[in-house]
Ligand binder design. Structure first.
Ligand code: ATP
Ligand code: MG
Length: 354
């Protein structure tokens, strides 16, 4: 079992998990639990970059995310679930790694720019917000994983983890700069050059209207446009019925547009009945099927996916001590791995003294 290569990924406890997490990362994680030694981090320090004034909310959301993990099928017998703030080695690595990244490089990160815009952070975000991509590099490299399953918005962060890994290995482990990414560890590097693992749906849009530039926003806990994995039938029905579709279509006989239309993007991703989707799309374009009929179909499809998750969650909700003991055991195990990485990193940097 211990010979399995490592996998690391995580979620920020800014709310409950939603369908975007499911298709962007969770589904992949479940499929990889047997073949990888999986570490799933609840990034509560990262949550403080935008919720520093809501500590109780972050605390509650750590437990919500842990419940969502269990409900979705993450199995603590096979995988390690842990809380970021308990792993002090991550904070120490963050400081050392921050020396390896030029400041303008941090500011060039497109995900940081998107988040500042989409979350309305203005120009008054904390310094720690800009530090979080480097903190996330430390989250990842502390576990020296081979792969990181994430959604598309995380690609710039993973690229940074690759750059920091290369730079560290070249500077402190004597790895030649012409080395192929796959060979860094073989050539004496401490950090592997990690690979991103994207899923079939890299970016699920939210259920709301597009932004001022006409771009559909990604489904996000922070943007009030999500269908959550523990939404009940009423909530799912309400959300799908109110979902953004083609604004120019006023009645069922108007020809509709299926491109950039969340209703059809959702059907394509979640509806297993591909024939129905193909036919109904044509009818929608021709104006021979109504939004309501298509939305009702989508509600059925989503209920079929979410209901079993919600039911399993209800069982775990009754047992908070089980959830806490899972987090405690996972955090202990994660601490050992990250501490070992920190000692090896300090030795490589010639900063071991006693
Ligand atoms: P926040 O709004 O607070 O940033 P979030 O909804 O973006 O929250 P994160 O915790 O930041 O969620 O993301 C956790 C993981 O889920 C990441 O790998 C991210 O890429 C993935 N993910 C989140 N939302 C989506 C989405 N809409 N489509 C695909 N993947 C997603
Ligand atoms: Mg996010």
């Amino acid at each position: 079992m211990e010979k399995r290569p490592r996998l690391l990924t995580g979620d920020t406890p800014t709310g409950r998990l939603h369908l975007g997490h499911w298709v962007g990362s969770l589904e992949n994680r479940l499929a990889l639990q047997d073949s990888y030694d999986c570490y799933f981090m609840i990034a509560n320090v990262q949550a403080f970059t935008t919720r520093m004034d809501k500590p109780a909310e972050v605390h509650a959301n750590v437990l919500e995310v842990a419940l969502d993990y269990l409900a979705a099928g993450i199995d603590p017998q096979r995988s390690t679930v842990f809380i970021q703030s308990e792993i002090s080695a991550i904070a120490e690595l963050t400081i050392f790694f921050s020396m390896l990244v030029p400041f303008p490089r941090v500011m060039r990160n497109p995900t940081i720019k998107d988040e500042i815009r989409d979350k309305g952070l203005g120009d008054n975000y904390p310094f720690g917000f800009l530090l979080y991509p480097i903190n996330q590099v430390a989250d990842i490299l502390a576990f020296r994983p081979e792969i990181v399953p994430v959604g598309e918005d995380q690609i710039p962060h993973i690229e940074l983890a690759r750059e920091v890994g290369r730079r560290f290995d070249q500077l402190y482990c004597g790895v030649d700069s012409h080395t192929e990414d796959l060979d860094y560890v073989k050539k004496g590097g401490l950090f592997p050059i990690v690979d991103v693992k994207l899923s079939h749906t890299k970016r699920l849009v939210g259920i709301g209207a597009p932004d001022a530039e006409g771009k559909l926003l990604k489904m996000s806990k922070s943007l009030n446009n999500a269908i959550f994995l523990n939404d009940d039938a009423d909530a799912i029905t309400r959300k799908v019925m109110a979902m953004y579709t083609d604004p120019k279509r006023l009645k069922a006989t108007d020809p509709g547009t299926v491109e950039s239309n969340p209703l059809w993007l959702f059907h394509e991703i979640f509806n297993p009945d591909k024939n129905w989707v193909t036919e109904a799309k044509e009818r929608y374009k021709a104006g021979t099927i109504g939004d309501v009929e298509c939305k009702k179909r989508l509600i059925e499809v989503l209920l079929h996916l979410i209901e079993p998750i919600r039911r399993r969650r209800a069982v775990y909700e009754k047992d908070p001590s089980y959830v806490l003991s899972m987090l405690r055991a996972g955090t202990e195990k994660a601490k050992e791995v990250a501490s070992e990485t920190l000692s090896l990193a300090k030795a490589a940097m010639k900063q071991h003294y006693f």
